[in-house]
Ligand binder design. Structure first.
Ligand code: NAD
Ligand code: 89Y
Length: 343
């Protein structure tokens, strides 16, 4: 049996609870939650107690220097990512950072270049492609039964009070494209390939917010496929399927539809089959968040295996730069009203 990989988690806030559960749950797959850190000592102390980490810190640098970490998982908010990632890389520690990768393209590039120059693993915790129904859709596409996809709709529409758990979202100068856009645009790349150009129409439908809460984006992919990518936190429809992403994909031989409740319908040559693609409930996951929570576990498991094997993660820094470029392009389209060509 090889030695466990010693994991340190930086940031023990709202979403990090899912990371902490996941690393604890990955003990059987060779992860050891060695240490946790938060600038708020009470949160770090509580996380260590709740998840069995041997030590807690309120200074990330002290944790990087004192613990012999094989992996650091940064689950803080975006404004802290560049500083923390560059410190972890300088300490030679394989690093995972939450989405959004960085505040702007220059910061994302600087982190990617630093990791490459140092030869240190760097990946973005982009978890939506690891959701159980998304893993299944990718498998169906890989099997080729609907043919190469030519059209898709990727849709996240909710009125769920996301601001209750994440109140900072109300004050952001860039909201839904920065917060949810990385997930939606990443799925578009995973299912239909790289993007040639895009346009974005945005709205601020909730006047209490500073920024856009609704984005409707139209993408032309290099393959010729077209996708409509929609996200809103201001939909007032029932049932509200938060936090499910609904998907429709069409190809020359059939179609895939991910419907509410993670019902997956696959039509091939005029015959439709339906299956339950829902995420399994783990001992710590709860509806309605279970799909997202299980994807955090799957993402952490993927990262652990990649570090252990010495290979890049599917959502490596290099890969996520492409998803980030789509978010930036959407903001450019919002500002100029123009179609924005990608790279
Ligand atoms: P949060 O504010 O609840 O938690 C952030 C924590 O980081 C706080 O406890 C804070 O004290 C701590 N912190 C800040 N600076 C620090 C530093 N320098 N060193 C150590 N700790 C520090 O925020 P959140 O809602 O948990 O969001 C964190 C990240 O998770 C964001 O990037 C957000 O976009 C992302 N997120 C991802 C998903 C997803 O599905 N992937 C869902 C929600 C949030
Ligand atoms: O912040 C968002 C995210 O990244 O995934 C879901 C979310 O928490 C709310 O929509």
């Amino acid at each position: 049996m090889t030695d466990p990989i010693r994991v340190g988690v930086v940031g023990c806030g709202f979403f990090a609870q899912n990371h902490l559960h996941s690393w604890k749950g990955l003990a059987g797959q060779g992860a050891e939650l060695a240490a946790v850190c938060d600038i708020d000592p009470a949160k770090a102390k509580a996380a260590a107690a709740n998840f069995g980490a041997a030590r807690w810190y309120s200074d990330p640098e002290k944790m990087f220097q004192a613990e012999k970490l094989g992996l650091v998982d940064i689950a803080t908010r975006v404004e802290t990512h560049q500083t923390l990632v560059l410190r972890a890389i300088a300490a030679g520690i394989p690093t995972i950072v939450q989405k959004p990768f960085g505040p702007d393209t220059a910061a994302c590039r600087a982190m990617t270049d630093a990791a490459q120059a140092a030869g240190v693993f760097l990946a973005v915790h982009e978890n939506f492609r690891f959701q159980a129904p998304m893993r299944r859709i990718a498998e169906v596409l890989r099997a080729g039964t609907i043919g190469e996809p030519t059209w898709a709709r990727i849709s996240f529409r909710t009125g769920y009070d996301v601001y209750k758990g994440q109140p900072y979202l109300m004050q952001e100068e860039k909201l839904i494209i920065a917060d949810l856009g990385p997930h939606m645009l990443d799925l578009a790349r995973v299912f239909l390939g790289e993007v040639q150009h895009l346009t974005a129409e945005t709205q601020r439908r909730n006047p209490k917010l500073r920024a856009e809460d609704t984005a409707t984006m139209l993408l032309r992919h290099r393959s010729g496929a077209v996708s409509a990518v929609e996200c809103t936190y201001e939909s007032r429809r029932l049932p509200d399927n938060f936090p499910e992403t609904l998907i429709e994909i069409e190809g020359p031989h059939g179609a895939i539809a991910l419907k509410p409740g993670s019902v997956l319908e696959v039509t091939v040559e005029g015959k439709m089959t339906s299956e339950d693609a829902d995420a399994p409930l783990l001992d710590w996951t709860q509806r309605p968040w279970h799909i997202v929570q299980e994807s955090v576990f799957a993402t952490c498991a993927h990262m652990l295996a990649a570090v252990r094997a010495g290979r890049e993660a599917a959502t490596s820094a290099r890969d996520n730069l492409k998803t980030f470029a789509l978010c930036e392009a959407a903001y450019e389209s919002m500002a100029t009203g123009r179609v924005v060509r990608i790279g």
